[in-house]
Write a protein of this length. Structure first.
Length: 267
């Protein structure tokens, strides 16, 4: 029987379609990096063997070894002779981006230890937001870069009606998420928040802001905040680094009374 020396490659995310125009080792290294940062807290630290990784990614052993050398140089892994390759326990796992019915959750997921305000300006209504802000020609746009322990984690763009945006206290932009500013500082009655999350590849404009390499995955979180009249008071578009966050959502399921579900009609 073959001795298993570590978690099987099936424990890794499905291998991506590798781009033949970029170095294969580079793509394998960054895919492994995303898997390391997105691991569960209780996941084993030992990586699959070089042979298993080569089979998983359908690449040569030389390519795998080059990828592992890069990860080791970055401090992500340690390679121990005759024992295997291990994730360094000090590498932080990605925090979870959770969507739930709690407004406090919205506040918490947008918190950061450091915030740089990149822009606060009146701009024409972007075409993709025209339906959300009918009969308006201008909006107030805020752009902020959030960091955690010095590392960029998200880039947030908020569009507000000018009359609300002009009232936003400048000092709160570095301390509070916009939803909290609207509710607590401006006193707006928020009735509903519509959230969506989708995966994207980082655009050239995001690469230097989030300090990520080419082809890096990002999570685009779009939050539309509505008042009691159903009018949008904020549209937030936040790009999270895909190697620093993972998405989680949970639902409450009503309890079905025993004997009710599946009974034939007329019984």
């Amino acid at each position: 029987m073959r001795r298993v020396t570590g978690p099987l490659p099936s424990a890794l995310p499905a291998p991506p379609s590798l781009n033949r125009h970029l170095p294969l080792w580079y793509q394998v290294a960054h895919h492994l990096l995303a898997a390391i940062r997105g691991r569960r807290p209780d996941a084993p630290l030992r990586l699959p063997t070089e042979v298993e990784l080569a089979r998983h990614y359908r690449v040569s052993l030389i390519t795998v070894r080059e990828a592992l050398r890069w990860l080791e140089a970055e401090g992500m892994i340690s390679r121990q002779r005759r024992r295997g390759t291990f994730v360094n326990p000090d590498v932080p796992a990605s925090p979870t981006l959770m969507l739930s019915g709690s407004l406090q959750t919205v506040f918490d997921q947008q918190q950061a230890t450091e915030v740089d305000v990149l822009e606060q300006a009146v701009v024409p209504v972007p075409p993709e937001l025209a339906a959300r802000f009918p009969n308006r020609s201008e909006l107030m746009r805020f752009r902020r870069l959030r960091r955690h322990e010095g590392v960029p984690v998200s880039h947030a763009v908020n569009h507000l009606p000018v009359e609300h945006g002009a009232r936003v206290p400048a000092d709160l932009l570095r301390r509070w998420p916009m939803t909290r500013v609207l509710q607590e500082a401006l006193g707006l009655a928020i009735a509903r928040i519509e959230d969506t999350v989708e995966a994207q590849l980082a655009t050239p404009a995001l690469l230097p802001l989030l300090d990520v390499p080419l082809l890096s995955p990002v999570l685009l979180f779009t939050g539309i905040t509505l008042d009691r009249q159903g009018d949008a008071v904020d549209v937030a578009q936040i790009h999270y680094r895909g190697d620093r966050f993972r998405f989680s959502v949970s639902f409450d399921v009503p309890v079905t009374a025993p004997g009710k579900e599946g009974e034939p009609e007329g019984k």
